[in-house]
Design a protein around this ligand. Sequence first.
Ligand code: E4P
Length: 262
Amino acid sequence: TKVVADTGDFQSIKAYTPRDATTNPSLILKAVQKDEYKPLLEKAVRDNPHASTGEVIDKLLIAFGGEILKIVSGRVSTEIDARLSFDVEANVAKGRELIDLYERAGFDRERVLIKIASTWEGIKAAEILEKEMIHTNLTLLFSLPQAIACAEAGVQLISPFVGRIYDWYKKQTGIEYEGAEDPGVQSVKKIYNYFRKFGYETEVMGASFRNTSQILELAGCDLLTISPDLLQKLADSNDPVERKLTADSAGAMAKISVDEKT
Ligand code: E4P
């Protein structure tokens, strides 16, 4: 399992040793509320006086992505505005534009994953981008059929969500599912086991965690993207297995296995 930091607050990543990092516009908007990131926001507005809010957010994505790439040794996932989720061409154009901006800022395209919603259109866009060696991370993924469509399209990585499924079940039933009973955990396990069983190469990164028990259940997945708050909870744990999950490579973690029923 490779540990990935899920945040816009890149200073907080420094306390851990994640391999990669993921971010999204809402995490970046949250980060720029903090005084330490205000200069980045002010610079983006100053340098682009006629830009719309969406364009300023794009500039911030690049600025934050660049800072994160200086901290982690691996890749950063940078997300395309979800309002484009049902437009193949817009996703392709935005993916090309973002990669171009990163390359012009001196970063290797191999270190950037373009994060796209796992809609039909998003998956089609990812298929086109992957053929141009622009690698993608398909996000907002909640089901096995979405995951299989992504793998068949040759995407580099998928981010099946745990917490949003957990939240939905909790709201509908009032039950706070735990451990292996958690429907969000079950969804990711099902996808991971199916991919291993049928030999798909697409990497599976568990995302959207609400507690450390979900993270522990999914130890063994290819990657897990974890917020700094939860990374800190793992680091403070008395359990050596939980502490290990804050490090770059927790290779010995193998809680989920391909023997499970898919
Ligand atoms: C990761 O790539 C996602 O942006 C993130 O984990 C989403 O989590 P949320 O459900 O807390 O928004």
